[in-house]
Write a protein that binds this ligand. Structure first.
Ligand code: GDP
Length: 139
């Protein structure tokens, strides 16, 4: 059993497809063990994406992530990190496989509907960045 961190990003919440994305998460066997809607501040988004601070798109990415509310979650399941990345699809929706969330719901390489931790050490940073132990439900 493994946990990963997921976000339904502001573009997907604004488009009204959060419920459809959550359905796919549940249909694919993930357990949602923590969830909340939040409108990230500039400082929160910068801290979350600190690994990308030198990238040319960093400022634009922070502006995108703070443009409206998003839904942050911790998901649990067998091989959850890799399986959630697979269900998300490639970063660029033009390259995302059929049946993936980004293929169906992403608008661009930046406004790409969802986030998922890319490795165990990333999940270990990202889950407690947004959730205290008390907010994570044992299921
Ligand atoms: P992910 O792990 O698939 O989310 O991709 P990355 O970790 O490489 O990038 C983090 C996020 O930055 C992506 O999900 C996009 O929202 C955004 N992003 C990635 N590449 C680009 C890019 O080339 N241009 C812009 N504007 N945003 C990007």
């Amino acid at each position: 059993m493994q946990r990963t961190f997921a976000i339904i990003k502001p573009d997907a919440v604004a488009k009204g497809v959060a419920g459809r994305i959550l359905s796919k998460i549940e249909e694919n066997g993930f357990k949602v063990v923590a969830m909340k809607m939040m409108h990230m501040t500039d400082a929160q988004a910068r801290g979350f994406y600190q690994v990308h601070r030198e990238r040319p798109f960093f400022g634009s990415l922070v502006a995108f992530m703070t443009q409206g509310p998003s839904i942050v979650m911790a998901l649990e399941g067998d091989n959850a990190i890799a399986r959630w990345r697979e269900l998300m699809g490639a970063t660029d929706p033009a390259k995302a496989a059929a049946g993936t969330i980004r293929k169906e719901f992403a608008s661009s390489i930046e406004a790409n509907a969802v986030h998922g931790s890319d490795a165990p050490d990333t999940a270990a940073f990202e889950i407690p960045y947004f959730f205290s132990a008390l907010e994570i439900t044992a299921r």
